[in-house]
Design a protein around this ligand. Structure first.
Ligand code: MG
Length: 279
């Protein structure tokens, strides 16, 4: 009996210490894992941002779209009448200006989208042009087509936006405000319909260009992915007077997958996994 006690006690002690020993053995691995998490950002936008910034394919696609738009514009001007004067409506972010650098910063900083960082980026006024946009809009300007930039950047960001566009050489009519920002007028809400209508009341709108379905038609908040597809399908305007640029990084398509408004980080991942099609 007495012999068995120490042995039992030893076994108890061993059992008690096993998790600690295991943890001690695992500690370097755990620390290495944490270190690698700290130095390697994990952000859903990593892949798409790299595609925009490094692939040959992205620039080929944007050039293709602007080339088609340019040809269609020349065609539509052949049958033009003098009144009302021709115009086109174009979105700014990811259609004219490439903000992938701002996304890259937030991926590296592991912060997700932050309004203050976005505003700082816009106020730097140094976003590069989307490939092909400058050539297309300069051509439109030379053809006498007024270019209206209809953007959901808020009205306080209009001077910086103008500075950015101007420094890149984008056409900006000097005799009128052609940058129509969100909340610049009370009725100019996030839904761009009222701004499109404002232009259409004054000009003959030949084309619309954007990277989001809402740049072309009203898409009510909370519209799900299937309804968005139905709204887009079967419109004869695509490739004729409406031209869509690729934006794999963000857009209202993403909010349609995460109806509670979460984007970018873990909470949205579960919802997105459920939306994957395996057939
Ligand atoms: Mg955009």
């Amino acid at each position: 009996m007495t012999d068995s006690r120490p042995s039992l006690r030893r076994r108890d002690t061993d059992t008690l210490h096993q998790p600690w020993r295991a943890l001690r053995r695992l500690a370097p691995l755990v620390l290495a894992g944490l270190a690698s998490c700290a130095s390697t950002p994990s952000d859903e936008r990593l892949h798409s941002t790299l595609w925009v910034q490094t692939s040959a394919e992205y620039g080929v696609i944007t050039h293709q779209v602007f080339h088609m738009a340019k040809q269609a514009l020349e065609q539509s001007l052949l049958t033009a009448t003098d009144e009302p004067a021709p115009a086109l409506i174009i979105d700014v972010d990811e259609t004219v200006l490439d903000n992938s650098g701002q996304t890259a910063r937030s991926i590296l900083a592991r912060t997700g989208f932050r309004r203050d960082a976005w505003r700082a980026w816009v106020n730097e006024a140094s976003a590069p042009a989307v490939p092909g946009a400058l050539n297309y809009l300069r051509h439109a300007d030379q053809l006498g087509v007024t270019v209206f930039y209809v953007t959901n950047r808020s009205v306080e960001l209009e001077p910086a936006t103008r500075s950015n566009l101007d420094s890149l050489g984008f056409p900006l009519r000097p005799d009128m405000d052609v940058i129509l920002t969100r909340n610049e007028r009370p009725e100019w809400t996030r839904d761009k319909s009222s701004r499109r209508q404002w232009v259409a009341d004054r000009f003959r709108v030949l084309q619309i260009l954007g990277d989001d379905l809402a740049d072309f038609i009203a898409v009510p908040p909370g519209t799900d992915a299937e309804v968005r597809q139905q709204l887009a399908a079967g419109r004869a305007e695509w490739g004729r007077s409406w031209f869509m640029l690729p934006n794999p990084i963000y857009g209202s398509w993403e909010r349609a997958l995460t109806p509670d408004g979460t984007t970018i980080f873990d909470s949205s991942m579960e919802q997105k996994f459920r939306r994957l099609e395996t057939q």
